[in-house]
Write a new protein. Structure first.
Length: 153
């Protein structure tokens, strides 16, 4: 089955209204990896004119979710995914658009096998955020829990 990752990426702003509200765009998606871009808009800035910490967290979580969707695309109708926890480290003042690149911490096939065997799977997604100069401005880890809908109690 061929997966149209570009169409799925475009649909994320519809499926998750917060993404559209923030102006975040999922620009790339593949099996277990994704890139999202946080625009440079005044309403996303903090008191010193750089990207707000909450906005950086938002793009990190969005990229992690897109990476998850890329890995589980063929099964999305059967699943309930929830971010369980997240940790972010702010490395450098973030100015301008910020690109967040996310990748599952385990191979997608391994996560799917665990899901099929146990009815649920937990995994982390690592995210690196860079500015227009390519400098790392923040890193994050988002921990996900995914359950089969018919395994929920």
């Amino acid at each position: 089955m061929d997966i149209d990752f570009a169409a799925i990426a475009k649909g994320m702003a519809i499926a998750v209204p917060y993404i559209s509200h923030m102006g975040i765009e999922v620009t790339e998606m593949s099996e277990g990896a994704a890139t999202a871009v946080l625009p440079d808009r005044p309403e996303l800035h903090n008191h010193v004119g750089s990207q707000h910490a909450g906005a950086l967290f938002g793009v990190a979580e969005t990229a992690s979710g897109a990476a998850f969707v890329g890995a589980f695309a063929v099964r999305m109708g059967d699943l309930t995914p929830l971010a369980r926890s997240a940790e972010i480290s702010y490395v450098k003042v973030a100015r301008g658009p910020v690109e967040a690149k996310a990748r599952l911490g385990v191979p997608a096939a391994e996560a799917l096998a665990t899901l099929d065997k146990e009815g649920r799977v937990d995994f982390s997604v690592e995210v690196e955020m860079t500015d227009g100069e390519g400098d790392t401005v923040a890193t994050a880890t988002v921990d996900w829990n995914v359950r089969l809908k018919d395994a929920e109690s």
